[in-house]
Design a binder for this molecule. Structure first.
Ligand SMILES: [Zn+2]
Length: 112
């Protein structure tokens, strides 16, 4: 992978990380609202609120996982390993990296 390609993916990773950060900030608001309103809202809407809270927590977990994977990808970039399969060492197809910036395996190793 050449420098321009690396910079392209690095840019995409940083962009995605700031998106996730913004979403986390918004999600944390959604999680705390429930606690504040717990006494005031009725039984049904409280169940809705708890359901929303559970969903917000699940989304947060997914975001945390993605942030971790993207940070790992940046570390692999520093070590010149980004874009290479961690199993067989072959280059990972660019189309695959566009879809999953944090992919660490080529298609055949990931499916095998
Ligand atoms: Zn491979």
């Amino acid at each position: 992978m050449n420098t321009a390609e690396l910079e392209h993916f690095q840019h995409l990773i940083h962009q995605r990380l700031s998106e996730l950060e913004a979403q986390s900030a918004a999600g944390q608001d959604a999680q705390s609202v429930v606690e504040l309103d717990q006494q005031a809202v009725g039984r049904l809407s409280r169940m809705d609120a708890l359901q929303n809270q559970a969903m917000a927590k699940a989304q947060q977990t997914r975001r945390d996982t993605e942030v971790h994977r993207l940070r790992t990808a940046l570390t692999r970039m520093d070590e010149d390993e980004f874009g290479y399969c961690e199993d067989c060492g072959e280059p990972i197809a660019h189309g695959r990296l566009e879809l999953d910036l944090a992919a660490t395996k080529c298609v055949s190793c990931a499916s095998g």
